[in-house]
Ligand binder design. Sequence first.
Ligand code: PEP
Ligand code: MN
Length: 266
Amino acid sequence: MGIELDIRPIKAWLPNINNPLVISGPCSLETEEQTLETARLLAKDPRVFIFRGGVWKPRTRPGSFEGVGSIGLKWLQMVKQETGLPVGTEVANAQHTEEALKAGLDVIWIGARSTASPFVVQEIADVVKGTDAVVMVKNPVNPDVQLWIGALERLNQAGIKNLVGIHRGFTPFRETKYRNHPNWSTFIELRRLLPNLPVICDPSHIAGKREYLFEISQKAFDMGMDGLMIESHRDPSCALSDKDQQVTPAELAKILDKLVIRNATI
Ligand code: PEP
Ligand code: MN
């Protein structure tokens, strides 16, 4: 049996979209130049609809690059102004959310570590409440479909209707080919319980390595997912986070060219 959520389809907030929802941009925004150059290259591809860039980075261990912080919001505004692409970033608390909405970001997403915390989801919901922002919710790091649904319900109960699920895989229990385990049966369960929810795949965080992006993306469409979030960087070899899984905008185009898209229902 399905669960009743009052959710608007992607077309309601992105009326020009006729294809699967493709979101791309760097794992982390690093400099104004890197942000704008990557965005300019992506904007040439009409299949890319939303530009993403992390400004507050939830690193597993301290000591690595934790993002440029609020200054990155200004760079996202510049991307939006110059390319016309809607822009989005990850938020992990009320303050991030307030700043992101104040900066006019179109999309915010809740990362896998934060989806696992009902308190964090609630404080984000309380800030987004009453706005038109799109909130994307990654699966929690652990394979718990109820926790994922609970986060979506919590946001929906605050009146937030522009919701999207993102499957980014689950922490594996042993070393596997991929960085995070894509548990496709969890997606099937989510679709069964929330049939109206648009769900996209994040092959970058599933793969951990760029060479697997195509096979995971194809599988996502074969399963009936509605789009992709793929990390891209003007020069992945210099990226300050997730360098092995990022692609250049030209490599992204090649992946999109090869995909056979059967089922996207946006
Ligand atoms: C990201 O999108 O850059 C990110 C940190 O993702 P996740 O929450 O899936 O680990
Ligand atoms: Mn990343």
